[in-house]
Write a protein that binds this ligand. Structure first.
Ligand SMILES: [Zn+2]
Length: 395
């Protein structure tokens, strides 16, 4: 009986501590009196919890210069530099890595192009990007607390990559490979799920309860947020909307099906068009920056390509809106750079094909975090995990 009581008291203490921490993290700078007033916890409990949080380096205090008479108030701040996390967006043809503090602010960033999808080659580059980011981490109490990698494929609930069609990887335990190398807790996530998380916390989807993040790069992935929570399906692999069919007998896809949306509405579709118009670079690769400058110069081939791309994106979005009725859809990843040229064709298709109700109630936005949505989103997964392990997030 005694043990149970102790256990309960301990749990209550942890819950109180997490409530105090959450308030400082979200509303800081705040005073002890303010915390006591808004949480209903008595002043002695607040003081004990704050003392522990200061001792653990998660909170620091500053005496304010301004006072309305009497004692100068002591304000409490969340110490977002108590530790750092690394977030990686592993694309099919690039790696984008960021080092962030515990509030998602970018401290360092590395961009690298990939010219092959062979596993060892990708791992070698991934490892070197992480090494460079680790070197950028300032001295802190907890150091780099986690590495999180967003990948373009199905990831199960044990973090195994089941299938990444555009990388041609099957059953890869990337988490183990990275943990063996760096001895830092590592999380593997689908890149679109990571992106939706990033945009929901810090970007175009801030405080929106129901949103679909559509990541358009070489393929298309989606992250589904329902009632503020990421929906990942029974085995963790929902959101493969890039592979719903938009052409019954269309082109063959790497997933095994035919006529998948991503074959018509992604970088892969642009690549095929660019090839027919002789717009590839010397390495036979597509250069998105070059296509943007050609579009700005009014190159009619490029403008037509982008118009068609926008229309094809719109066709897929129509299906998504009919299924989910989201408040907003956020378009992210590399194709979002073409917003100026694809936004109108997307709108035209939605106007033409959606019921008035659906069309009026769904807003299409472009990613606010730009190409960094997935990397920042991935980093925040590690931060949340770290703070949960420290019992500061209880839910
Ligand atoms: Zn497919």
């Amino acid at each position: 009986m005694k043990t149970i009581q102790t256990g309960d008291q301990n749990l209550i203490k942890q819950i109180n501590k997490s409530v105090v921490f959450k308030l400082i993290e979200e509303k800081g700078p705040v005073s002890r009196a303010h915390i006591s007033k808004s949480t209903g916890l008595n002043k002695a409990t607040v003081s004990t919890m704050v003392a522990e949080l200061i001792n653990d380096s998660f909170v620091y205090e500053i005496t304010s210069d301004q006072s309305s008479g009497g004692r100068k108030p002591v304000m409490l701040y969340f110490n977002n530099h108590a530790g750092y996390t690394i977030g990686i967006d592993l694309g099919v043809n690039y790696i984008l890595g960021v080092l962030t503090d515990l509030k998602g602010n970018i401290i360092g960033e590395i961009n690298r192009d990939l010219h092959d999808i062979e596993f060892d080659y990708v791992i070698e580059n991934l490892t070197s990007v992480i090494e460079l980011l680790l070197k950028k981490a300032p001295e802190s109490t907890y150091g780099v607390v986690g590495i999180s990698i967003g990948v373009p494929g199905n990831v199960d609930k044990e973090d195994t990559i089941l299938f990444a069609p555009n990388l041609k990887w099957k059953q890869v335990d990337l988490k183990q490979v990275m943990e063996d190398r760096f001895h830092i807790p590592t999380t593997i996530e689908n890149e679109a799920n990571a992106g939706s998380h990033g945009e929901r916390l810090y970007g175009a989807g801030k405080n929106v309860p129901n949103l679909i993040y559509v990541s358009i790069g070489v393929g298309i992935g989606t992250g589904i947020i329902i009632n503020h929570n990421l929906y990942t399906g029974a085995s963790g692999i929902s959101g493969e909307m890039g592979h719903f069919t938009i052409e019954a007998n269309g082109k063959k896809c790497s997933c095994g099906s035919r006529g998948c949306w991503e074959l018509y509405a992604s970088e892969s579709a642009l690549f095929i068009d660019a090839k027919t118009h002789d717009l590839l670079n010397d390495e036979n690769e597509i250069d998105l920056g070059y296509l943007i400058s050609e579009a700005q110069m009014g190159n009619t081939d490029v403008l037509q390509m982008l118009n068609k791309l926008g229309e094809n994106i719109g066709i897929g979005l129509t299906n998504i809106i009919n299924i989910f009725n989201p408040e907003i859809i956020v378009i992210g990843n590399r194709i979002a750079q073409f917003e100026n040229w694809i936004a109108n064709p997307i709108d035209h298709v939605l106007e033409e094909r959606l019921s008035t109700y659906h069309n009026e109630n769904t807003e299409i936005r472009f990613s606010k975090l730009g190409k960094r949505s997935s990397a920042i989103g991935a980093a925040t997964f590690s931060t949340s995990k770290f703070l949960s392990d420290k019992r500061l997030y209880i839910g």
